[in-house]
Design a binder for this molecule. Sequence first.
Ligand code: SF4
Ligand code: ZN
Length: 306
Amino acid sequence: MIKVDLISPMRCSKCRRPAILFQRYSGLHLCREHFLADLEAKAKRDIRVRRWVRPGDTVAVALSGGKDSTALLHFLHSLLSRRRDVQVLAITVDEGISGYRDPTEAKRIAEGLGVPHVTASFREHYGTTIDEIVAKKGDALSCSYCGVLRRHLLNVAAREQHATRLALGFNLDDEAQSVLMNVLRGDSGRLLRAPGPREGLVPRIKPFLHVPEREVALYAYLVSGRIDTGRCPYSHNALRAGVRRMLNGYAWDHPGTRHALVNLGEELSERGAAREGFVHTCERCGEPCSDVCRSCQILSEVGHGT
Ligand code: SF4
Ligand code: ZN
């Protein structure tokens, strides 16, 4: 006799319990337990294969308080908190965007897990904020200014905390978008840029590199109860927003596209690694870069440079 399931047509492909997720790229339906196991296995695999965490490491997690970084902190805390040879801490960058970033929320998340937390602010480090930069320069380039200055400050703060790894909550969608943006800009320099290590740069790790954004969001919700509600007032200006729309539309019909782009990005950066020579340090601030670093260029454009 054929048994017909009338309660839920979507059953986990592994255990037949009710599914909470369908992965178009794998064709699998997954229940809560098998979804969590699948996501964590992907992140652990990248950490293991790439030797992203080694004995003696201090892992600084860049914690904005949004879903990606909150999910990452929960994941790394659950993976590493019982290890005596690895430390985890969280760093929050306060860019100074009124009504959007509240560093006390990130602090609360870290402290709830018993993870040490520090805040680094644009105001204290650069003497200005994204709101002030936008007031001076307009908001067309807000995200590129914000991104450059935040990367710079995260590196400074991680080094000050003696971190040996800087963990970023970038997911598969973010990475695929970055590769496509570089292609659309014709930016071969970035596509061929080697991933490191570079002197003065705390090595970055991205454990969710192969996890799609919506799965990270679901994971964040399941492990922390968080959903992202706030939206940066300048996010409409990001070139990324247009690329995301385009990629989402295309990937709907071709579900392997994001993975293909991330693989392409990695292959090109490996080829670039073979060509890379030495690393410069900024003649103004001493951070690793080419010539005068982009952060110092931005700060002098907005009247805060040396
Ligand atoms: Fe910064 Fe742009 Fe992100 Fe807002 S959307 S936090 S301005 S990078
Ligand atoms: Zn299952």
